[in-house]
Design a protein around this ligand. Structure first.
Ligand code: ZN
Length: 135
């Protein structure tokens, strides 16, 4: 158990009301009873740190000894934030590559930060009511 979420096995109305991050519809819009909650982060490798680590391995001629002598610095660093999204079953199969999803989410967050994001009335249909209709 990662312990990242208080209760990773359940989901309340507030979270279930979120739309599918790919198609923008409720997670049960097509009547499916299963969907995905994904938490993902993008990382970039730190080339100079990797080269230092590799250089140490070459110098001592043993990766195991190098691991003990290593300053244990980060070899990759998170690029951007952590994203937690819901994905409907249909999009999990037909939604396309993860990089495309990440780009869409990044664009939406940029739009929201600039104040031209989702301007719909919050009383409009939610993913939760779509889910209820699907069941
Ligand atoms: Zn979808």
């Amino acid at each position: 158990m990662s312990g990242r979420f208080e209760d990773v096995t359940g989901m309340k109305l507030e979270e279930l009301a979120k739309k599918c991050a790919i198609c923008g519809r409720g997670v049960a819009h097509d009547g499916a009873l299963t969907f995905w909650r994904l938490t993902f982060e993008r990382f970039v490798l730190l080339r100079s740190a990797i080269q230092r680590e590799h250089g140490l391995e070459l110098m001592v001629s043993s990766p195991a000894i190098a691991r003990v002598l290593s300053p244990n610095e980060d070899l990759a660093r998170r690029a951007g934030g952590e994203h937690c999204v819901l994905i409907c079953d249909h999009c999990s199969i037909h939604g396309g590559p993860l990089a495309v999803l990440a780009e869409r989410i990044s664009d939406r967050e940029s739009e929201a930060a600039e104040g031209r994001g989702d301007m719909r009335d919050p009383s409009e249909s939610t993913g939760a009511s779509d889910a209820a209709a699907g069941g």
